[in-house]
Ligand binder design. Structure first.
Ligand SMILES: Nc1nc2c(ncn2[C@@H]2O[C@H](COP(=O)(O)OP(=O)(O)OP(=O)(O)O)[C@@H](O)[C@H]2O)c(=O)[nH]1
Length: 498
């Protein structure tokens, strides 16, 4: 560098130090620091500079809550926010340094109005819905739990809400589930209530057929209110409670801070809070009157007994629910939902360990004619007999599922394409030679595909489905397989199926 350029560089350096450039420097410095998370205090989660600046300007977060939603949350007689959500929020507050301040209201409706008009910056815990997205943004879930359908004892199991016609469902006004049910199930007549206990009461009194309730809240209130004529009759996948903090749309930085606090809650802390609110309250007052003490003891035992009874009952019901939700009622085979729960994982495992995995997609030929000629009941019997034939001719380790109406999918582990074709031909032969009690002879077509390293569950089943379509197109009663060379994971291994 010559002396002229040294001079120019030095002059440029001093120019940058002039007061007019301070702004530029501080902006650069700020941007640099803002991109690194810093530890604000030993007890707090790491926050970026932007978040720290926000916190010092807005240390208090005003929160509106549901004043009557125990054990999730409530406002007690001392105007204090209590319940599971209150404890989780307090934990988020202590981890982030935010001071959570309750904005008291008399109802959830009032809380929604206060939030919309900006009287409180946050709503403590609610599901994210399109309507609420109009004025709120949402954090990650603070708490998750399933919603269950509650009916009277004698009601049968509900597997499909869409098929319930002219049934009445009591739902609390202004809740996410009320919004989603109005949109998704026009077949149901919705009865609005002010609170969730009121909805349960209507079902218990026979004035509504069903209600939808969080499993945690249902167990709590059935126990507390003694609604022993009620039971859990079903669960609808996709309608779980994912309770998040809802905040005003402008507060992106606040959402970041809250998310850090939520992520920092450990499983143990979460469990302690749940245990605290879902276990029995013990009376700690000193009792000198022993008659009263005995009475309380018996009452406590009765409550414990009832709780255990209900916990066991809910447990059994939920086990039943999960099995029924994954089983096809007609054929007793795994249904599509059941298969989808494991298919992606099975496929990933096969890809990871380079084991061959194939699927056979099968469909009964001209099944519409069977129904038309012999009737729907005869058609149902064909489906049942066909399922049994297939099941009996497969290994225990293979999974067979009723994929749709007259369509079946077999998932074959440790099986190459050639072996799966062989198996499919064997299955088609069994069906071809079987005499179906109601209709005589039936044939089936099949498409076979082996998983390749790039497949996901959807691409694999789609490939098998289009090969099945080809089998139909080529005359039915046959197996179709891809002819191109597979870049497969374990063609070289080719273990014997038999
Ligand atoms: N009995 C009975 N029929 C069903 C069931 N599910 C679907 N189906 C009937 O299966 C038939 C399927 O008809 P299509 O899709 O036209 O197929 P197909 O007649 O088998 O003709 P191809 O598949 O082309 O050989 C329809 O008539 C459905 O009503 C069921 O659970 N029971």
């Amino acid at each position: 560098m010559n002396s002229v350029s040294v001079f120019a560089a030095t002059r440029h350096f001093f120019t940058l130090l002039r007061p007019s450039s301070y702004r530029l420097w501080s902006a650069l410095l700020y941007l640099l620091l803002a991109s690194y998370p810093l530890k604000a205090a030993p007890t707090q989660v790491p926050l970026t500079v932007t978040e720290q600046v926000y916190l010092s300007a807005h240390p208090v977060l005003s929160v509106c809550v549901d004043p009557n939603w125990l054990p999730f949350e409530a406002i007690d007689q001392n105007q204090k926010h209590v319940g599971i959500i209150a404890d989780l929020l307090a934990l988020v507050g202590s981890k982030t340094g935010l001071q959570i301040q309750l904005h008291p209201t008399n109802s959830w409706d009032e809380s929604l109005i206060a939030s919309k008009s900006g009287q409180c910056l946050a709503l403590s815990a609610l599901n994210q819905t399109p309507e609420r997205e109009q004025w709120l943004i949402f954090t990650d879930p603070l708490l998750e739990d399933p919603n269950v359908l509650i009916t009277q004892e004698q009601h049968s199991f509900i597997s499909d809400v869409a098929s319930l016609n002219n049934k009445t469902i009591a739902l609390q006004r202004g809740t996410a589930m009320a919004e989603l049910f109005t949109r998704d199930f026009p077949n149901l007549i919705i009865i609005d209530t002010d609170t969730e206990p009121e909805a349960m009461q209507l079902v218990s009194d026979g004035k509504a057929d069903l209600t939808l309730r969080s499993l945690i809240v249902a167990a709590h209130t059935i126990k507390k209110a003694g609604w022993y004529n009620l039971k859990v009759s079903g669960q609808i996948p996709g309608y779980e409670n994912k309770l998040r903090i809802g905040i005003s749309q402008s507060e992106q930085t606040l959402r970041g801070i809250l998310n850090r606090g939520i992520a920092a809650i450990s499983e143990q802390e979460r469990q302690q809070i749940m245990d605290r609110h879902l276990s029995l309250q013990v009376v700690s007052e000193v009792v000198t009157d022993y008659t009263l003490a005995y009475g309380l003891g018996i009452l406590l035992l009765a409550v414990i007994g009832t709780s255990l009874f209900w916990m066991r009952r809910l447990n059994i019901l939920n086990q039943q629910l999960s099995v029924m939700a994954q089983t096809d009622a007609l054929t007793q085979l795994t249904n599509r939902h059941g298969l989808n729960l494991t298919l992606e994982k099975d496929l990933e495992r096969a890809q990871r360990y380079q084991h061959p995995l194939s699927v056979i997609m099968m469909d009964i030929d001209h099944f519409k004619q069977v129904n038309d000629q012999y009737g729907h009941l005869a058609g149902d019997k064909v489906l049942v007999e066909c399922s049994k034939l297939l099941r009996d001719n497969l290994r225990k380790s293979d999974i067979i599922c009723r994929w749709g109406g007259e369509e079946f999918l077999v998932l074959c582990f440790e099986t190459t394409q050639e072996q799966a074709v062989h198996l499919a031909e064997l299955l088609l032969g069994k069906i071809r030679h079987h005499h179906f009690s109601e209709v005589g002879k039936v044939t089936v077509s099949a498409g076979v595909a082996q998983a390749n390293p790039q497949d996901n569950a959807e691409s694999l089943t789609k490939r098998a489905d289009s090969l099945l379509y080809e089998a139909k197109h080529n005359g039915r009663n046959r197996v179709c397989v891809a002819t191109e060379n597979l870049d497969t994971m374990a063609r070289s291994k080719e273990p014997n199926r038999e």
